[in-house]
Design a protein around this ligand. Sequence first.
Ligand SMILES: NC(=O)C1=CN([C@@H]2O[C@H](COP(=O)(O)OP(=O)(O)OC[C@H]3O[C@@H](n4cnc5c(N)ncnc54)[C@H](O)[C@@H]3O)[C@@H](O)[C@H]2O)C=CC1
Ligand SMILES: O=C(O)/C=C\C(=O)CC(=O)O
Length: 351
Amino acid sequence: MRFIHTTLPQRVRFASGAAAAGVRAEAELLGARRVMVIAADAERALADEITADLPVALRHHEVAMHVPVELAERARAAAAELQADAIVSVGGGSTTGLAKAIALTTGLPIIAVPTTYAGSEATDVWGLTENAVKTTGRDPRVLPAAIVYDPSLTLTLPGDLSVASGLNALAHCVDSLWAPHSDPINAALAAEGVRALNAGLPEVAADPSGLDGREHALYGAYLAATAFASAGSGLHHKICHVLGGMYDLPHAQTHAVVLPYVLAFNAPNAPDADRRLAAAFGADTALAGLQALRAQLSAPAALRDYGLAEADLPAAVEAILEAVPDSNPTPATGDNLAALLRAAWEGSEPA
Ligand SMILES: NC(=O)C1=CN([C@@H]2O[C@H](COP(=O)(O)OP(=O)(O)OC[C@H]3O[C@@H](n4cnc5c(N)ncnc54)[C@H](O)[C@@H]3O)[C@@H](O)[C@H]2O)C=CC1
Ligand SMILES: O=C(O)/C=C\C(=O)CC(=O)O
């Protein structure tokens, strides 16, 4: 066996009901004196509660999905004006993403308190959207110094959004098996991530207010993000980035819809990945396992339900074709990508 694996340096706390104490401890370790708290309007009260004991210089609430560059610039200006020395982000991937946009140009350390399963908190990947083009990149400065996971914070995430976000996490696991830097370590993390998500998400869907399912799902989401952070973006993530940036589609739902189509596209040429995923799902094939899980979850089914117009398909295929990683096991062509995207748009059976 020969491989090169990168493990990212950050501290991870995981405890239900301990967000405020965890954030306080991390802020002390950083020696933070002027904290910038970032939370979307919907998470404002939660963030106020979690950061009540911190030396807060500024609370910032202008957050949007896919991090429009204008929002990033306003947040950077606010951080500079108030001389913030650390950032605490409380929220989903959009909130973490804005904190990362500030860290990218300032180097400010981030304490991330995630409230969805997106996983941005465990990656050194940033994303910014300008003129309908989403650019992503990697930079050690954007990796949060610490993550404070508190599964009880996810109890308020509505059932349908929990399902979509959980499938975003599952997509990190699946795509990491054929992404450019796939290796045995991130494959092991991905397999345990699939196992945990496959156990937790049905519990969350059946009872969004139950803590047990939330704990499994958030644990799985962390493993998924570490696998993705190490393996990089495979075809699935490239497709979703094009769709998110060009058409402003909702991130988690887009991942949830596209995943079975990419799995069906790649599995025939990735037998090891197929076997590994099938074993993690406890199914005969990876696709059978994924589809059984999706059926239990009433998962999002068609891109046309989330704002993609039929007329947009050709331009999307053209943009995706430019982004296909060389590592993809099935050679992509304009024709087979057009068929994949049309099937995902219609919500027809993945073939
Ligand atoms: N850089 C990276 O490694 C990654 C980045 N992302 C980025 O994250 C963004 C998407 O993040 P998501 O978490 O899917 O969506 P989000 O952060 O936009 O949240 C979706 C909605 O859920 C609400 N919400 C969040 N937590 C809640 C809770 N506990 N209870 C009730 N409502 C809650 C938010 O206010 C928002 O309205 C995209 O921009 C995507 O590109 C996603 C994954 C990885
Ligand atoms: O697509 C994902 O779930 C992972 C990475 C990103 O979204 C990159 C970003 O825009 O921050």
